[in-house]
Design a protein around this ligand. Structure first.
Ligand code: SER
Length: 318
């Protein structure tokens, strides 16, 4: 990876991934691609090149790739699961038609491509506990359907044209910088904000609903480590199960309460989010990622809770 383009650089993952890549590969070598209503600000804007990149505009995407001699594309453009249900056509256009444009430009310019998949690529008839790497993927959401399609298309471009496509199935990502917005797992971010602000948390997901989650530093490491991995060791490509922790609302609530004893949580279940959450695995088996490219997370729930509360307390008190 020498010249990198991050598409969706102002989103939840993109905003932190761009900065991490700039730290590792040099500020001028990482282009932050953003869309019209999501301009970069602050350090993200000032620390390196920024370009408007809409995955639905193939011609302009190709111009940016050529202008910076891009060799690696992180394609993070997507709508999250809940918002995608209200805009299925747009979710498909961004997730699938957009990926097609990215893969074509990658084929023509010899770029490697990372397009994240998700726990949402599984469905209600997938084995729920320790979900295997290779198993049934019949999701019921447009988010999941588009993620399965991105996995298949990415593998197709690798097999047919030799494009170096690689991906992981991200669990719910928890971070303290950019909010996710429109996902089923967002509650696991929102609960920390409520705790630090001294508010009662209204939980939209029912107790007992387990989902895989991951702290942002591990998610960033996964995306970078996989793209740096020795290709001869990769049996799989699109996409690897990765896992760090699995919890339900009670488990994360008690993790916070051990540090903030008067923190309160009540339930007000959101039927759409609950239905989606119940169709996703409780936990993933990530042994292929561990064996093929050395995946290993650093944060468990307790370490993440310490860090989230510390960082958010500093920021929200300023
Ligand atoms: N965080 C995503 C969502 O909730 C799942 O990958 O939509």
């Amino acid at each position: 990876m020498k010249n990198i383009l991050v598409i969706g650089a102002t989103g939840q993952i993109g905003s932190e991934l761009t900065m991490e890549l700039r730290k590792r590969y040099g500020n001028s070598n990482v282009v932050a691609g953003y869309i019209h209503n999501a301009e970069p600000k602050g350090e993200l804007k000032e620390s390196g090149p920024c370009e408007i990149v809409d995955v639905m505009n193939a011609e302009h995407l190709a111009l940016v790739v050529k202008k910076y001699a891009i060799d690696t594309i992180y394609n993070l453009a997507a709508l999250l699961s809940v918002v995608a249900e209200s805009k299925p056509t747009l979710a498909w256009k961004i997730g699938v038609d957009g990926l097609w444009n990215v893969l074509e430009v990658a084929r023509e310019n010899q770029c490697a491509v990372f397009t994240p998949s998700s726990i949402g690529s599984f469905g209600p008839n997938t084995p729920k506990v320790k979900t295997p790497q290779d198993t049934i993927q019949r999701p019921k959401t447009i988010y999941g359907i588009s993620k399965v399609t991105t996995e298949l298309l990415s593998d197709y471009y690798h097999l047919k044209y030799g494009v170096d496509t690689r991906s992981v199935r991200f669990p719910g990502i928890i971070s303290n910088i950019t909010l996710p917005g429109g996902g089923t797992t967002d509650y696991a971010v929102d609960i920390y904000y409520a705790a630090v602000k001294g508010e009662t948390f209204i939980c939209p997901i029912d107790q007992g609903t387990l989902m895989d989650m991951m702290y942002m530093p591990d998610a960033l490491n996964a995306a970078i480590k996989l793209m740096e991995a020795d290709p001869t060791k990769l049996i799989h490509r699109n996409a690897f199960n990765i896992a760090a922790m699995s919890f339900d609302p009670e488990i994360i609530y008690h993790s916070i309460r051990r540090r903030i004893p008067d923190f309160k949580m009540i339930y007000d279940i959101n039927p759409l989010k609950q239905k989606i959450a119940e169709s996703w695995p409780d936990s993933l088996d990530d042994s292929c990622a561990r064996a093929e490219w050395g995946w290993k997370p650093e944060y468990d729930l307790e370490r993440m809770t310490d860090d989230m509360l510390e960082k958010l307390s500093c920021r929200l008190k300023k």
